[in-house]
Every structure is written in structure tokens, then in C-alpha cells.
Design a protein around this ligand. Structure first.
Ligand code: UGA
Length: 435
């Protein structure tokens, strides 16, 4: 099949490369000449484990190409995926659909023969109807079907998530489109990944409902963590105890500094807006958004309290800046609020992250970046583990203790056991566990 990805960002590139790996002929399109030139030279502009190898091998095999010529490749395509960004619109929090609509107009002018147009970008309920209307207005004779096929990739695990998905959701009631989409995903459902066909609007809502539910689950366990601290219980054991109930499940029950990233914060707010507009408010999600925002700020206060209520002039070393490990993405990372909160109270910040420093430089002021955990620990008054990169899981605590001015470890991801750390002479602060 001839597939085209409009938008060679995270979703477009990962999906395009994986579809090519399954033997389809794929062209990824982008408006950014520099990005396309880099990709044609084998350089992948984002950090995602395993992606470079798949991009390079499929490009070498001729199954994966990159271009800025949207019209030229859409003309030849069986399926065109819209995988452009849908950022939060400044001011009202609604998803900004201007890139999706622009793509739809350009596809309409170029499509020839029966073409299935698939929205992969996360789009509010009803966007498929708008895209179809735009295309029919722009080119009334176009022979098209507009399908919703949301993406459930996690950054850092995107290749596995694409190749071994829990489910593939396809929203269309057009029998020809059903046939085409079955063909597109044949290599995956032969791997026993279930294909769920449903109405287009249902499919669009599944994406938001899924992300909101996960955000709510994290927020629930974060509130249980707060309660654990008050009543002397251990959140990790509570999570395990409830997670063994199959109706609850053990995933996404790690208490921490609050969820971040390019998806949960944006998608929960967009769902809240959609629900308000439909006069069917989602109070659980509204509350989740508010609790998570507060939590990120509260983390700075927790660190200040651990430093005996005063951080002015003290050096705080931050381990991990990205919103989670195995990504270079800093968007909505809890580290941003934490660092700001500490700087507002006069702390000096040193930080290290294995992949996030380039992004962090453009988002943070007055932070001194180091090259590893030990360098930033030197003369620090507190070491704060914000993102649980593997390389922070087995730090040489003896060495760190010798380097620090005050041996204090604030472990916001519960990577360490308090007894082990305290045995090395540290004060230890975790999340939701008895002191
Ligand atoms: C999320 C979803 O997991 C994907 O299924 C979805 O496709 C994607 O959004 C999207 O909409 O595109 P992602 O944002 O990459 O993926 O990252 P997650 O692994 O879900 O983590 C999100 C945030 O939640 C991180 O800040 C992470 O640290 C936090 N988290 C996650 C917790 O605090 N506790 C947990 O138990 C799990």
C-alpha cells in the first residue's frame, strides 16, 4: 500500500517508519525543509529509542521517503494520514486545529482516485466531520473517506507500542475504508492486536477518554500518597494491593511529582472544554487538572520544607529534567515548576539530565547544567531526583555523600528505599511512604 504521513513530527515519523518496517511504501511529508533534508541524510530529529535504526534501514530499502512536496505524493497515495500538531490554543485551552484543516485543504486539492484520509493527530470529537466538509467544499468531486485512527504511543516506548498495541481503534462506517484500513493494519492484527471498528466520533472520544482516565489514575494515587504520609501508610504497597485487583490493574499507579508531557496536560484540558461546550461537564477531569497543577507546585514546597524551611543561597541539585525517562521532551515537565518554585525562594539550581539539557536550556533561566549526577552533587544542600532515568537508580551514594554539603535526598519517584539511603548517612524524603 502507498501511505503518506502529513507531518513528520513524533507521531508521523514513528508511525511512518513502523508502517514501512511492515513492508508498506511510505512517504513522510513536512513543511520544514531543514527537517526533511536532515531525514533524507539519515538524521532523526527526535530522541526515541530504536527509531534511528528503523528510519535508516527502511530508507535504505527504499520503502521510506521524505519530501516537502505534499501534492506530488498525495496524488499517488492510497491512504493519507494527518499527523500534524494540535497544540492547546492560547487563551481558551481548546485544541488548535488550524494545522489539521490546512492539511485537509491541501489533500483535497491533490487527491486522485479513491483516497482514505485518516486523522491520527489527537482531535476533538467532531473534527472528522469538519475535515470531511472542508475536503468536499474544496474538491466536490473527490472520492474520499475520512477515518479517525487515534495514536496510543508513549514517548520512549513508541516503537514497541506501535508494533504491539493493546488495540487499534478505527472510526469509520464506510465499508470501502474499513477494507483499506484492515489492509493497512494486517501485519499487526496477524500479531493478535485487536482492531476495534466504531463510529468516527466514538473513535475520537476514545483517545481523550483514555488519556483522561490514565491522568485520573495517576492523580488518584498521588492523592493516596499524600494521605499515606498523614496516616503512616506506604503508597507503593497500597498501589500493589489495589493493582492486583484485575478490575483496577497495576499500571499507572506510581505516585510522583504529577504527570507532564505533551499529551495528558493538553488532552485533559481539551476534554474539559469539549464537555463544557456540550453542557455535559466532566468534573472528575476538571478536578484532576487542578490537582495535578497544584501538585507540581507543591513539590517545590516539599523540598523547601526538607531543607528546614529555607533555601535562600542554598544549592539544590536536580536529577532529571524531562517529563519522564527515555525522552528529550521537557514539555509540561514537573521539573519546570519545581525549579521555578525553588528559584523564587532564592535557591541556586544545578541540574543534569541524560537527554533533556538542550531543551532545558531554552526553557529555564539561571540554571547551571552539569555533565553527570556527581558533578552537580558537589557542595549541594539537597539532591532532588525528579525523573527516574535508569542511570539514577544505582547511584554511588557513598561518593555522593562525600561530595554534598548537606546529605539530603528528595526522591520524588520513590526509586530508593529510605532505610538504604539513611544507612549511608543521608536524610531521605520520598513520596507517600512512612518516614
Ligand atoms: C501518553 C499515553 O500513555 C499514551 O498512551 C498516549 O498515546 C500519549 O500520551 C499521547 O496521547 O500521545 P506519554 O505522554 O508519552 O504517553 O507518557 P506516559 O508514559 O503516559 O507518562 C505521562 C506522564 O505521567 C509522565 O510525566 C509520567 O512520569 C507520569 N506518570 C505515569 C506517573 O506519574 N505515574 C505513573 O504511574 C505513570
Amino acid at each position: 500500500m502507498r501511505l503518506v504521513m502529513i507531518g513528520s513530527g513524533y507521531v508521523g515519523l514513528v508511525s511512518g517508519a513502523c508502517f514501512a518496517d511492515f513492508g508498506h511504501d511510505v512517504v513522510c511529508v513536512d513543511v520544514d525543509d531543514g527537517k526533511i533534508a536532515a531525514l533524507n541524510a539519515g538524521k532523526v530529529p527526535i530522541f526515541e529509542p530504536g527509531l534511528d535504526a528503523i528510519v535508516q534501514s527502511n530508507a535504505a530499502a527504499g520503502r521510506l521517503r521524505f519530501t516537502t512536496d505534499l501534492a506530488g505524493v498525495v496524488r499517488e497515495a492510497d491512504v493519507v494520514f494527518i499527523a500534524v500538531g494540535t497544540p492547546s490554543r492560547r487563551g481558551d485551552g481548546h485544541a488548535d486545529l488550524s494545522y489539521v484543516y490546512d492539511a485537509a485543504r491541501q489533500i483535497a486539492r491533490a487527491a486522485e482516485g479513491f483516497t482514505v484520509i485518516v486523522t491520527k493527530s489527537t482531535v476533538p470529537v467532531g473534527t472528522g466531520d469538519d475535515v470531511e466538509m472542508i475536503i468536499r467544499e474544496e474538491n466536490p468531486s473527490a472520492d474520499i473517506a475520512v477515518v479517525s485512527n487515534p495514536e496510543f504511543l508513549r514517548e520512549g516506548a513508541a516503537i514497541t507500542d506501535f508494533k504491539r498495541p493493546d488495540r487499534i481503534v478505527i472510526g469509520t462506517e464506510d465499508p470501502r475504508a474499513v477494507g483499506v484500513m484492515q489492509e493497512v493494519y494486517r501485519p499487526l492484527y496477524l500479531n493478535e492486536s485487536p482492531l476495534l471498528f466504531c463510529e468516527r466520533r466514538t473513535s475520537e472520544l476514545i483517545k481523550y477518554a483514555g488519556n483522561a482516565f490514565l491522568a485520573m489514575k495517576i492523580t488518584f494515587i498521588n492523592e493516596i500518597a499524600d494521605l499515606c504520609e498523614k496516616v503512616g501508610a506506604d503508597v507503593q504497597k497500597v498501589a500493589k494491593g489495589i493493582g492486583l485487583d484485575k478490575r483496577i490493574g497495576d499500571k499507572f499507579l506510581h505516585a510522583g511529582p504529577g504527570y507532564g508531557g505533551s499529551c495528558f496536560p493538553k488532552d485533559t484540558i481539551a476534554l474539559v472544554k469539549t464537555a463544557q461546550d456540550a453542557e455535559s461537564p466532566m468534573r472528575l477531569v476538571e478536578t484532576t487538572v487542578a490537582i495535578n497543577d497544584n501538585r507540581k507546585r507543591a513539590m517545590a514546597r516539599r523540598i523547601i520544607a526538607a531543607c528546614d524551611g529555607e533555601v535562600r543561597g542554598k544549592t539544590i541539585a536536580i536529577l532529571g529534567l524531562t517529563f519522564k525517562p527515555n525522552t528529550d521532551d521537557m514539555r509540561e515537565s514537573p521539573a519546570l515548576s519545581i525549579i521555578q518554585g525553588l528559584q523564587d525562594r532564592g535557591a541556586l539550581i544545578r541540574a543534569f539530565d541524560p537527554e533533556g539539557i538542550d531543551a532545558a536550556r531554552s526553557m529555564l533561566d539561571a540554571v547551571e547544567f552539569g555533565t553527570d549526577a556527581y558533578e552537580i552533587a558537589r557542595d549541594a544542600d539537597a539532591l532532588v531526583l525528579v525523573t527516574e532515568w535508569d542511570e539514577f537508580r544505582a547511584l554511588d551514594l557513598k561518593r555522593i555523600k562525600r561530595l554534598m554539603r548537606t546529605p539530603l535526598l528528595a526522591d520524588l519517584r520513590n526509586v530508593y528505599r529510605s532505610a538504604d539511603v539513611e544507612r549511608q548517612g543521608f536524610r531521605y524524603v520520598g513520596v507517600g511512604r512512612p518516614e
